[in-house]
Design a protein around this ligand. Sequence first.
Ligand SMILES: Cc1cc2nc3c(=O)[nH]c(=O)nc-3n(C[C@H](O)[C@H](O)[C@H](O)COP(=O)(O)OP(=O)(O)OC[C@H]3O[C@@H](n4cnc5c(N)ncnc54)[C@H](O)[C@@H]3O)c2cc1C
Length: 379
Amino acid sequence: MDAIVVGLGGMGSAAVSHLAARGHRVTGIDRFTPAHDRGSSHGRSRIIRQAYFEGAEYVPLLLRAYELWQELERDTGTSLLTITGGLMIGTPESETFAGSVASARAHGLPHEILDANEIRRRFPPFHVTPELVALYEPMAGFVDPERSILAHLRHAARLGAELRFEEPLLSWEASPAGVRVTTTRATYEAERLILATGPWAPQVLSDLGLPLTIERQILFWFDPIGGVAPFHQDRFPIYIWELEDGLQFYGFPAQDGPPGGVKVAFFYHGEPCTPETIDRNVAPSEVDQMRSVIAGRIPALNGPLLDAVTCMYTSTPDHDFILGLHPEHDNVVLASPCSGHGYKFASVIGEILADLAIEGTTRHAIGAFGLGRFTTPFI
Ligand SMILES: Cc1cc2nc3c(=O)[nH]c(=O)nc-3n(C[C@H](O)[C@H](O)[C@H](O)COP(=O)(O)OP(=O)(O)OC[C@H]3O[C@@H](n4cnc5c(N)ncnc54)[C@H](O)[C@@H]3O)c2cc1C
């Protein structure tokens, strides 16, 4: 079998790696030179966790994602995954807390329930008020997106994948006989095609009229007041904190290397955009908005701003992924595992995309991610 993968970001880089590892001929194509900061997979850290408040059905995929990240670390001799533990903070009724507890219980995942006093005792930077609780899970942490894209691509290249950068896709066509892809430089033919174009998916798949929203997001790095020591990876976990109005913000421990400091961001809450129209500048009012949330809750984090960069979510209305065969071409596989929470799954999504390209099916439970949930009324 031979395949073409268009888009070598988080998902496409994993797909070329899995296809090459299974001995298939694969050509990967990207409009830029990955790992780059023009799409959805940059900013040095992505939360990974198991007690998934978004739905217990994600947990088996997560467990496999951990195994595959560790396998990639071994295969490439690179450190990609940092386990720090994670806190899911909210009121007892909040989706963040209650949903995480439900997932942990459904799958017997190790976890602890902490009240506000215990949170403050164990993690002093968090100034939680008495009505707040948290689920603590020891296996949470973060994946480095740029390093893991490069690890997947290097692994794929070593196994014979042909990778082409700075080569935008112009058009593609599929028939039962195979697929043909035309870029700015050449035309390629293969048996199968995987389209993993991230926030460019609405353009590449415009015929399908998928209800995807591209959302501008901002990542902030602050230099903590009093230094980074209380935010060190040994003692400060990743966290998601749900506010009274349902808005969530999240963050990471300190990471070595540029831009330094400690990263924090809002989950969703961005403006609609496109990869062409996104405003890459971050306004002072946007920094103030982030500060207004952290000032009373993680006061030591509210120091000088070191950096602020934009990134894009590609979101479905139900915030579940799109992952499956093209409704009209069963030799074309579509992947938009985003809605702001896809990166942690990239390793297992590579395995699933390879399964779908090779066999047209997968042993993994991806029924909830089919395109049929959006396209059926229109066909
Ligand atoms: C600010 C932010 C924070 C996030 N935090 C988390 C988190 O903590 N945990 C988590 O699990 N997930 C998180 N996510 C979501 C996660 O990062 C995304 O789900 C993931 O990066 C999507 O990967 P992708 O491969 O679909 O897209 P991308 O990585 O953007 O890859 C798409 C690729 O396709 C290429 N491409 C597009 N069009 C063409 C074309 N015409 N021709 C050739 N190539 C093309 C692009 O150049 C790009 O390289 C976050 C996302 C953002 C933006």
